[in-house]
Every structure is written in structure tokens, then in C-alpha cells.
Design a protein around this ligand. Sequence first.
Ligand SMILES: Cc1ncc(COP(=O)(O)O)c(C=O)c1O
Length: 424
Amino acid sequence: MPEANPRVGEYVYAAKVRELLKTHGEPPKEVYLDLENSGLVPPEVVEAMLPYFNVRGYGHPSITHKKGWEALEVLYETKEILTKTLGARDVEEVEFTHSGTEANNLAVLGYLFAARGRGRKVIVSAVEHLSVIFPAEFAAKLLGYEVVKVPVDREGFVNPELLKQYVDRETVLVSIQAVNHEIGTVQPLRDLVDVAKSANPNVVFHTDAADALGWIPLNVADLNVDMVTLSSHKIGGPRGVGALYVRDGVRLEPPIRGQLSGERLWPGVENVPIIAGFKRALELEFEDFDWKVSYVKGLRDKLIHGLLDRVPETIVNGPLGEKRVANNANLSFLYVEGEALTVELSMRGVYVSSGSACSSRILEPSHVLLAIGRKHEEAHGSILFKLSRHHKPEDVEYVIESVPEAVSRLRALSSWRSAPSPPS
Ligand SMILES: Cc1ncc(COP(=O)(O)O)c(C=O)c1O
């Protein structure tokens, strides 16, 4: 066993985590609802991936031998499913990346590199995922673009009339997501595209649909969008593959460089076993789409109303009903620290995330919750629950029992009753 290196703290960090896991123990039941950040990959999906590690298709899909062709076969099968799902014209319009983050970077940076000299304005919504906002800001610094963030209303919607006021002759790119990842708002995408393109027909419209795939129809012709981001692990596939739809005729300049393989715009060999898992996840998620959406919506409403009934001083973040995506429930439990609540719930076997799911290792309040007008303390007390077809009504009942206990315990430890009244 090599000696610990005190300078870099080697072995110390893992030991601390090990200690944490030991004190955590085994809860009586487990319900995993942190699907925003990642989650369990169903056995059928794992099974579909396994042969591609060492039985078939473990070659490079661009190389001309059997193991390469087997890889190429599953790669094209997955692209064909995506092409069909999106109503795209050709498989060549779908590009693999290694994550949704990379697909968003490719869309935003790739287009802004290519569009230099054609205008200087980029419009994003104030509630975009940071993998859209940060590359847009980076392009502003690097290439002199101006980034304009369109505000949203208290439920997270971008008003098409407001967007119209922002789009002008200088605008080259508009990026507005299909569904918000934290508060589940389903944007009126076609209306937004229409106003943007009628204000400036040269505008390219990108939508980050990582949280929309598998939950709402996403036909690129119906929506009239030019670029669409997708991510495998958002639909029960494995982490490590994303895809970008780029309408034929929209030119991007690859923002990262290296040997191009089958992908025209994103260098690096495709992650074939992971792509095989993405394919299987797509097949499963679309098998009985209408049933799934209505089943999960039922679980979502049971969860939201169960918690509102059982936990006083609780508010829902985002819209209710049809304008909220089926799998999302986000509530703020006032006078409770969301981080403390995730730990308390973990002890009961309920796994969720707080504040801003993708940034909860950074204790900043979520920019999405601030954008819809939540105060810092309301944002910090928020918990995001994400459901799937794999959850059962008993799971939701267990969560409805566990959350009030956890919230009461934390509130008893704090002086919440002496805190100022919550907003009406
Ligand atoms: C809306 C949205 N876009 C993009 C991403 C990034 O996808 P990935 O985790 O595959 O990088 C996420 C991830 O949580 C997301 O929620």
C-alpha cells in the first residue's frame, strides 16, 4: 500500500466519504428521485451495452473491418431512431457528442464561431441550463458578441411578445429550452420560434431539449427549430452521450479540434457501448409514450398535492397542470436548508437534490429560482423530485410520509417559528 501523500490529501478524501457512508447506514426503503442529476440505468439498457465492450462492435466505427462495422451499425441504428423521433430529414443531421453539455457548447460556440461578422447579438432565456449560458458568455468575451437574457415570468415562461422586442437585425442566435430542467416549465416553443424568425428571418433557433425528450413531442419541422440538444442519461440511458440535431444548411465551426471520426463536428471516437445503451433507452422510453406520460403525471400530482397537504409553509416552484412536464415536482420548504433536507431524506432512503440540481455542490441559490422571483431563502429551501415510469405509487406514498418527518425535524432544530411570515 503506498503511503498517503499529505500534500495532495491522497486517501484522506475517500476515507472521509467512506466514513460518511458508514454512519449513513442502510435505510428501510430506497426511492431515487434525483433523476435530474443522473440515475439508475435499467437492466435491459445495461444488457444492451455489454456486448459492445468485448463481444461485438468494440472497434472504432470509422475503421473498415468487422468490429468497426458492427460499431457503425449500432451508431447508425441510434441515429435513425433519433432522426425519426425528431422528424429530421437525414441521419447526417444528428451529431453525437459525449454529453448534453458538449452538445450545447457545440450548438452555441459552433454557431457563434461560424456566424462572426453577421451580427453581434445572442439571446438566451434567463432560465437556460448553464451549459448554454456559459458558452454564450464565453463567446461574448472571446468574439465580441452581446448576450441578452430574456426574463421569464413567475412560472418560468418566456413571453413571445417580450421576445419579439429583443430580436433585431443584429441577432444571430436565439437559444431557449423546450422544458426547464428545475421547475418543469414547458415553453411555448413554436410561438417563440415564430416571433424570433418573423422579427429576423436570418436568426438560427437552438433549443436545449435534454429535459423534453421522452416527455413532449419534439418534431423539428413542427417546431421550426434549427438545432436541438439531447442527452442520454435524461431518458434512463447511461451517462456519456449527447446528441445535437443541426438542420441541413446550418453551418457550425467545430469549437474543439482533433481527429474527426464519423461525426463531422465533434472530434474523438464515439462512445459506442454507451450509444448502444442510449438506443435501448430510446426504444423503452417511446414504447408506450402516452401511457407513460399520463402515469407519471399522476404520480407527480399525487406527490405535489400530498406534500402541500402535509407540510405547512410549502410552495411549488414552476407551473401546475398541463404546462408542467410530467416528471417534475419542485417545492420549497420554507425555513429549511435544502442541503440539510437532502441529507435528512437520504437517511430515510429518499434521494433528491436541492436548489439547483446541477450546481448543488456549489452552495449558490439556483439562477432559475431567482429568475422566477424566489428569494434566496426560498431558493435554498427547494427540493427537486424527478419521477419516471419505474416509480410506483407506494414509492410516492413513502416520500409523502418521509418529507414531513424530515422537514419537522429540521424545523424543530431551527427557530423557524420566530422567523418572519412567509409570503402569501
Ligand atoms: C436542460 C439540460 N441541458 C443540458 C444538460 C447537460 O447534460 P449532460 O448532463 O449530459 O451534460 C442538463 C443536465 O442536467 C440539463 O438538465
